[in-house]
Design a protein around this ligand. Structure first.
Ligand code: ADE
Length: 226
């Protein structure tokens, strides 16, 4: 999968994809993330990418022209399955969206700043608008990093044990059960016996029970969505 990201602060995206699982995904040729600096597509000397909003009011708006130039340029070599705009008024991201996006070949993500992007870009280029939650970030970069992380780890071959993503919280509308590692007793706190007894069926039943319990206590709304 290839993910291109258009940003006015590309440095914000230097690090998130250079470590751990996403780094491995890149090394294995499974995920290629490419950050493009919007200022490179500005047509004026000051490399301006924002301007005052029509009708007045505080806050700048990202201009249509540099964005259109950047998207047109990238589209010359890549056919995108989706052109995504990160915005707090988009559809709230969830695991189901991550699953769906992980099956795409090429994605383009636009990171908004200031008051947002000129509406005409949303109307004529954007195919999907995503929010990562009901709060406002200072820009779309960190939100884009969240999407790339959640999607990237689902690409087949990225996780070492491919089945492990199947048991993530939310994959079956249930939260994940508690997990433990050695030692079996720490400060007098014991690992549940069932996990030490070596009966896989009992372990499965216990985990499912714990998942249900945890979901009921913490996120009862998930159980009603079935
Ligand atoms: N940009 C600013 N806030 C955002 C949010 N909550 N989700 C996605 N993009 C954003």
């Amino acid at each position: 999968m290839k993910i291109d990201i258009i940003s006015v602060v590309p440095a914000l995206l230097d690090s998130p994809f250079s470590h751990s699982i996403l780094k491995r995904a890149n090394e294995r040729g499974l995920l290629n993330v490419n950050v493009v600096n919007l200022r490179d597509f500005s047509t004026n000397k000051q490399k301006q990418v924002d301007d005052y909003q029509y009708g007045g009011g505080a806050g700048m708006v990202m201009m249509a022209e540099p964005l259109a130039n950047a998207i047109d340029h990238l589209q010359q070599t890549t056919r995108y399955d989706d052109i995504i705009y990160m915005t707090p008024d988009g559809t709230t991201f969830n695991q189901q969206m991550a699953n769906r996006l992980s099956m795409k070949e090429n994605l383009l993500i636009i990171c908004g700043h200031y008051k947002g992007i000129d509406e005409r870009i949303r109307e004529h280029y954007i195919t999907m608008e995503i929010s990562i939650g009901d709060f406002v970030l200072s820009g779309g970069e960190l939100a884009a990093a969240v999407i790339v992380d959640a999607v990237g780890r689902l690409i087949p071959g990225v996780l070492n044990n491919e089945t492990s993503a199947l048991f993530d919280s939310f994959q079956d509308n249930l939260l994940a059960p508690p997990v433990y590692t050695r030692p079996a007793e720490f400060k007098g706190w014991k690992v549940p016996d069932v996990l030490l007894q070596g009966d896989p069926k009992k372990v499965d039943d216990w985990r499912h029970e714990q998942s249900l319990l945890r979901t009921k206590n913490r996120r009862p709304d998930l159980l009603q969505n079935d």
